[in-house]
Write a protein that binds this ligand. Structure first.
Ligand SMILES: Nc1ncnc2c1ncn2[C@@H]1O[C@H](COP(=O)(O)OP(=O)(O)OP(=O)(O)O)[C@@H](O)[C@H]1O
Ligand SMILES: [Mg+2]
Length: 251
């Protein structure tokens, strides 16, 4: 499975979901690769030190002579590897737009290593630009984190429209795996309303697991740890463990 985690809205929990879902899958013993496709490099920095990193995913996508072996790093978690991003990735769009294979750069490279990893997760930037499209063209599945907020569904139309475009030509097999509600506050009436509202639109695509607000999830990246080692007894660890169970079941 190659799973993009995407939503062009900023700060909805894409990276938090990518890093902790990847960690959960690895801890179950599945060899997992987390590709950071966001120039902000938040997923990368959640596990690695920038000083350790040589060539990044950008180099792989613009130069076919760059090898995966020089890009991939082991994370502190057994079975979890990282393909890091650097800020240079922000140049990708201007560098390749207009080239006939601009949408296929990631897919072409991932084909070389897909058999090495039963799970490949891709963290994407908060745009619907060429990077996110590269992720969608390359993926078998899409997971959309939606923040539990009053404006939760704003923008999802544009995301789904992009998904339909990708499905209509470059990647007909792309499948919406599910929608996960993040940053949820179950104590408020608003929180409960929003869950009902999101379910009305996405039906059974909404995961049963809801990711509640948990300050431990915010803290763990600063210690280069996933939630499972940083705060194994937290609600955040429980939520992401439950989500990983559902993800595995839905494949
Ligand atoms: N369930 C949660 N509880 C508490 N804080 C959270 C939770 N999920 C995410 N956060 C925090 O909210 C902020 C935004 O989350 P995150 O970086 O995962 O979103 P994002 O969608 O990747 O953002 P961007 O669009 O900038 O890439 C971060 O500071 C993160 O630590
Ligand atoms: Mg992010």
């Amino acid at each position: 499975m190659i799973l993009s985690i995407a939503n062009q809205k900023g700060g909805v929990g894409k990276t938090t979901t990518a890093i902790n879902l990847a960690a959960a899958l690895a801890q179950k013993g599945h060899k997992t690769l987390l590709i950071d496709l966001d120039p902000q490099a938040n997923s990368t920095l959640s596990f690695l030190d920038m000083e350790q990193i040589g060539p990044s995913i950008y180099d792989l996508m613009v130069d076919t002579s760059v090898e995966w072996g020089t890009v991939i790093h082991k994370s502190p978690i057994l079975y979890l590897d990282i393909a890091p991003a650097r800020i240079a990735l922000a140049k990708f769009e201007t560098k390749v737009s207009g080239e006939f294979d601009a949408h296929f750069r990631l897919k072409d490279r991932v084909t070389e290593i897909r058999d090495d990893y039963p799970y490949i997760l891709i963290d994407t930037p908060p745009t619907l630009g060429l990077l996110t499209v590269n992720a969608l063209v390359c993926s078998t599945h899409l997971l959309v984190p939606i923040q539990s907020s009053y404006f939760a569904l704003e923008g999802t139309d544009d995301l789904l429209e992009t998904v339909e475009k990708v499905k209509s030509r470059p990647n007909p097999d792309l499948e919406l795996l599910g929608v996960v509600i993040t940053l949820h506050d179950k104590r408020t009436v608003l929180g409960r309303d929003i869950k009902a509202q999101i379910t009305k639109v996405f039906g059974d695509k909404v995961f049963d697991t809801v990711i509640s607000k948990n300050v431990r999830l915010e803290e763990s990246p600063a210690y280069r740890e996933s939630i499972f080692t940083y705060a194994p007894d937290s609600s955040g660890a429980m939520d992401y463990y439950n989500l990983s169970e559902e993800v595995v079941k839905r494949v």
